[in-house]
Design a protein around this ligand. Structure first.
Ligand code: FES
Ligand SMILES: [Fe+2]
Length: 431
């Protein structure tokens, strides 16, 4: 975040010297603003699609919606990764209705056009002999499923961008790319996506979940039950349940908080109620990480919890597990959340079990955290739509020059949200 002088735009009131930052609630409630931000922001940004392990083998595919586009993400017979729009090139229907699987061809249910895993049309159905199609349709370079042109990966996370003139992924990510690399460095052999996904809708604007993800300021209040529970769990141990940490901004609206909260990590922070057998496994894991990455980086990788928002709608929580929340904004006041987790391929079954329990107990839709957060987000959205209050306040921790705070602000300042909103506002100002 560079130094910016006082300004007022359609959506933001920013006065660094006066220490005020506000966002107009139209940004969360207006249907026309939502349509505008789809064009100016969502279709122009790199959006997390999935993980390389989902298409590890030739023929593997998944189908998935990103923003409002239905996609096929697959690996073809040549070993290449593709992303296609899931629509028949004849007259339209989705050529794949399965959520995932392995196939050599996608066959349209309407007239039977069949497309190879690399997208190329291979047959025009049972009446092909009489079809009268130009032979060129079936040759390389002929008819093919339409590709999403901009597909790239960083640290195993695949992204798509629907903008013809998209900048390279690494330029878009700036230092958020290094954070993804750091997460990937938890494993020497790579990550795999754990089969199964939590999918749920929230009646709130998608940006509210982004804000909530790196908002350290709400935890003691919103998650009081969890804080009480952890106090009980950690009683009598030498582990400090206190929370401290920093806010981090990475450029282009990406940001995170990072803190050494003692909430346990299968990499590599043990809690007493996980038992002595797990303690030894986690100590060994910690030694392996530190031997590989060095004391300073290794300890940081092991101990630090961080929640990152990759602008504008992809959340990577590196906590009691690594949880990606990829948000489908359905309208200005409704989102669909896909929450999925990755883990080291060679993880010991006991640690994998702890990881799975962590997902259910804290981050899952029935865990300690998520229902509390969902309530707050929905109550906020309801109030935006049913009162005349116009502005949200993000002034906490503001200074005259936030560039100097890029890695030093407190985790529970609102620096992360200001970084997000300044990028959002900049992109919305484009003609
Ligand atoms: S619409 Fe797909 S084969 Fe006709
Ligand atoms: Fe929360």
């Amino acid at each position: 975040m560079s130094k910016i002088d006082k300004f007022e735009s359609r959506f933001i009131q920013y006065d660094p010297a006066g220490r005020v930052f506000r966002v107009n609630r139209d940004a969360y409630t207006s249907a026309s603003v939502f349509e505008e931000e789809k064009k100016k922001i969502l279709y122009k940004s790199w959006i997390v699609l999935g993980h390389e392990s989902e298409v590890a083998n030739k023929g593997d595919f998944v189908t998935r919606r990103v923003i409002d586009k239905e996609l096929i993400f697959n690996r073809d017979a040549q070993g290449n990764v593709n992303v296609f729009f899931n629509s028949c090139m004849h007259r339209g229907p989705a050529v794949c209705k399965e959520k995932s699987g392995n196939t050599k061809t996608f066959v349209c249910p309407y007239h039977g056009w069949a497309f190879r895993a690399n997208g190329q049309l291979v047959s025009a159905g049972s009446n092909e002999a009489d079809a009268g199609y130009p032979p060129s349709y079936f040759e390389p370079g002929g008819v093919s499923l339409m590709r999403v042109k901009n597909v790239a990966q960083r640290a195993g996370f695949y992204f798509v961008n629907f903008d013809e003139n998209a900048m390279p992924l690494d330029d878009f990510l700036q230092d958020a790319g290094k954070r993804l690399d750091r997460i990937a460095s938890q494993s020497a052999v790579g990550f795999e996506m754990i089969v199964g996904v939590h999918e749920y809708d929230i009646n709130a604007n998608y940006k509210l979940l982004c804000e909530n993800s790196y908002d350290g300021y709400h935890v003691l209040q919103t998650h009081a039950t969890y804080v009480d529970y952890m106090g009980q769990v950690l009683k009598g141990s030498d582990i400090d349940p206190g929370v401290r940490g920093v806010a981090l901004t990475f450029g282009n609206g990406h940001a995170a908080f990072e803190m050494p909260i003692r909430a346990g990590r299968p990499i590599a922070q043990w809690l007493p109620h996980w038992g002595e057998a797990a303690k030894k496994l986690i100590e060994d894991k910690r030694k392996e990480v530190i031997a590989r990455l060095g004391e300073e980086v290794g300890a940081n990788v092991c101990d630090m919890h961080s929640n990152m928002v990759v602008f504008p709608n992809s959340i990577i929580n590196d906590q009691q597990t690594i949880l990606a929340r990829t948000i489908i904004p359905l309208s200005q006041n409704r989102m669909r959340v896909r929450a999925w987790t990755v883990a080291p391929k060679d993880e010991h079954p006991k640690l994998r079990k702890i990881r799975m329990e962590n997902i259910l107990s804290f981050l899952g839709p029935g865990g300690f955290a998520t229902p509390d957060d969902v309530s707050m987000l929905e109550w906020a959205q309801t109030a935006y739509e049913s009162t005349d209050v116009k502005w949200n306040d993000f002034s906490k921790g503001i200074t005259a020059d936030e560039e100097t705070m890029r890695t030093t602000a407190n985790y529970n300042d609102e620096l992360q949200m200001r970084a997000y909103w300044l990028q959002w506002d900049k992109m919305m100002a484009a003609k």
